[in-house]
Design a protein around this ligand. Structure first.
Ligand code: F6R
Length: 639
């Protein structure tokens, strides 16, 4: 096999001890940028190789969030390195049905926006299934699509993403290995994953045209991209599970030249990543010891202090005993480490020995900055800890990074506009806002005034929640970072202006503690951009004297929680505090009841938050630690 990715790190799956569970070659990158660049480089090399031989390069292309950075890099190579697409013919995997080409939801629109409009491909060389073919002509049309691919000698390279159902293209569970291009019905999970982009599941089409499994498998080379922890379970199932039509991506196990390109999060469930001691001899450091002992405790259903030599031996951990001695010592070491993460004093405990506490004692009253990507992540993710910090006398500032305006439904905005109008009937601006909200065709085409109103609604909700918790108005800050203010789901790239805003407030407050959302599972990426801005700001100011005495703690947002071995500080909550946190979340009224950016979990944010905090407490308890009602968890970021 000759291709860039394999040359870099080729390890045939299943042939080595380490990959014995694996049936598909995969390479794990630190992040999606690095992986995407390499994939783009492989595509570019193929295009150039074909050019040199005066041949056409036939590419199968995907849409969705996964390939966006690959396309960005190809566009960059076209503009900066003269990569030409004149000899390239493309076939896209799929298109929603029915779907007009000019709709912003169409894959036709997506491909032109991200790639075709920026390169020198000939328009006649672009093939994307037509979402408006009359129903009675669909079968004929789909057969024709496969024939066209065959007429070019098949696909040289197929780029894929993977859906959480295990779909490739839109070949949903149940798809046959011999399937050709055809009309299909979308799985409900796929539709719910697409819902935010369509502003609600009811707007997501129920059908699509997709290239078949057989068509995909005939490609000479296949590269599948998967980023983020939401993909981790399906990646494991596909790479390690049996081949089955229930997970159509497992058919790729049959293909001799397929590589999965993963970031660390998407690889997290693979046996060799999650439990490396099951596949090779490990270098046991403290982190790995903690991870393995927690895993062993969960696997055996025994608390840490009850784990025996037999448990260690039977679960691939004899090497650990050889290094560390009898389980008794290992158990105590890990138990103490986890015990020391627990504190009811997230800002440090006055007059107490802080040797084993997550936070230092001095100064007794700390300046604390809590960054919240949207106005509500603060209370959803760390409402209990906020409450304690305030109660324990720290100077707490909450900094909202974005306005969160696009998550306010039109009906909510209309309600507030009408209330205001009832006090000021002749107000022209209100008339304009109401008219716009009543007549606009697309949910995300808000006028500036409407966006401002929506932002104002979220501001007031945030202020009410923090007032309830006791944060003074002067300590509540709204940055309205410009990258977010596009009026649509697609955001601008992070700019210097964004970073300056974050950096300035850090410099102004000179915090002893910074709390930030380390939650990278936000389906729209806003949390990641907000975190990048914080990391970059910290990097810029890290040499200032106040930063020497500043600790950074990462919480996770509405989507998932840190695993126990990752937790550096665990703040327990009493049942009363759980209720106070719930009340604080309730102030964010527009984010209740079927909001637009719910992600894949249909439960309301307060239910999810409570469940997650409860689950963390249960996990701690099962490991043999104290029995709390709920726990909020933080990981320390060392800069
Ligand atoms: C897109 C396609 C789908 C996506 C998959 C992953 O053309 O065929 O199979 O690749 O749904 O989507 P993202 O990349 O958005 O996670």
């Amino acid at each position: 096999m000759k291709n860039i990715i394999n040359n870099i790190d080729y390890q045939p799956p299943g042939q080595f001890e380490e990959t014995r569970y694996e049936k598909i070659h995969n390479v794990v990158f630190d992040n999606s940028n690095e992986g995407s660049k390499l994939v783009a480089a492989e595509i570019a090399a193929l295009i150039r190789e074909k050019q040199a031989q005066n041949e056409t390069c036939v590419l199968g292309l995907a849409t969705g969030s996964s390939p966006i950075k690959v396309y960005e890099e190809l566009v960059r190579m076209h503009k900066e390195e003269g990569l030409s697409f004149a000899n390239v013919v493309t076939f896209n995997l799929d298109e929603y049905y029915p779907m007009p080409k000019k709709s912003i939801h169409s894959y036709h629109y997506f491909m032109h926006q991200h790639l075709f409009n920026h390169i020198d491909i000939k328009p006649e060389n672009i093939h994307i299934p037509d979402g408006m073919v009359p129903k009675e002509k669909l079968i004929e049309y789909c057969i024709g699509y496969d024939e066209q691919i065959a007429s070019y000698g098949g696909l040289d390279f197929q780029l894929l993403g993977i859906g959480r159902t295990g779909h490739i293209g839109f070949n949903e569970p149940g798809s046959h290995i011999n399937s050709g291009t055809r009309f299909i019905t979308l799985d409900p999970l796929t539709r719910s994953d697409a819902a935010p982009g369509f502003f609600g599941i009811e707007n997501v089409p129920r059908s699509a045209i997709t290239m078949g499994i057989k068509t995909i498998l005939q490609s000479k080379r296949i590269v599948l991209l998967a980023w983020g922890n939401a993909k981790a379970p399906i990646v494991k199932q596909t790479v390690e599970g049996d081949m089955t039509s229930d997970v159509p991506a497992t058919y790729l196990q049959k293909h001799p030249n397929t590589t999965f390109i993963l970031d660390e999060e998407a690889s997290m469930e693979l046996t060799r990543v999650k439990t490396p001691w099951l596949v090779r001899d490990c270098q046991w450091n403290d982190d790995l010891i903690k991870k393995s002992v927690v895993w062993l405790s969960e696997r055996t259903g025994k608390s840490i202090l009850k784990l025996t030599e037999k448990d260690y031996n039977a679960n691939g951990m004899s090497g650990l005993m050889a290094q560390e001695g009898v389980p008794y010592h290992i158990n105590i070491k890990v138990f103490n480490q986890i015990q020391h993460t627990i504190t009811g004093w997230p800002g440090g405990k006055p007059n107490a020995d802080d040797t084993y506490r997550p936070e230092r004692e001095f100064p007794h009253s700390k300046r604390v900055v809590v960054f919240s990507p949207h106005p509500d992540d603060d209370v959803i993710s760390m409402g209990g800890t906020l409450d304690r910090l305030i109660e324990q006398g720290h100077e707490v500032h909450v900094v909202y990074q974005t306005s969160g305006s696009i998550a306010v439904a039109d009906e909510q905005a209309l309600k507030y506009a009408r209330i205001m109008q009832s006090y000021d009937v002749e107000n022209e601006r209100l008339k304009e806002i109401i008219e716009h909200l009543k007549t606009k065709e697309k949910p995300f085409e808000d006028s500036l005034s409407v966006r401002n109103l929506k932002a104002q609604i979220r501001r007031q909700e945030a202020i009410s929640a923090l007032t309830f918790l006791g944060v003074p108005l002067s300590n509540i800050h709204f940055l309205d970072m410009p990258f977010y203010e596009t009026g649509s789901i697609k955001k601008k790239p992070l700019s210097k202006k964004d970073i300056d805003l974050v950096q300035d407030i850090i410099k102004r407050i000179k915090p002893h503690q910074i709390f930030a959302a380390g939650d990278l599972a936000d389906p729209h990426g806003t949390h990641k951009v907000c975190l990048d801005a914080i990391y970059k700001s910290i990097d810029n100011v890290k040499d200032e004297s106040f930063m020497k005495d500043c600790r950074v703690w990462l919480y996770r947002g509405a989507w998932h929680e840190w695993d126990v071995p990752q937790i550096d500080m665990a703040v327990p909550m009493s049942p009363d505090q759980v209720l106070r946190k719930r009340k604080a979340i309730f102030y964010h009224e527009t984010q209740k009841d079927g909001v637009m950016f719910q992600g894949n979990d249909p439960r309301e944010f307060w239910v999810r938050a409570e469940d997650r905090n409860h689950q963390t407490a249960v996990k701690y308890n099962k490991l043999g630690l104290a029995d709390y009602a709920a726990i909020e968890a933080f990981k320390r970021y060392r800069f």
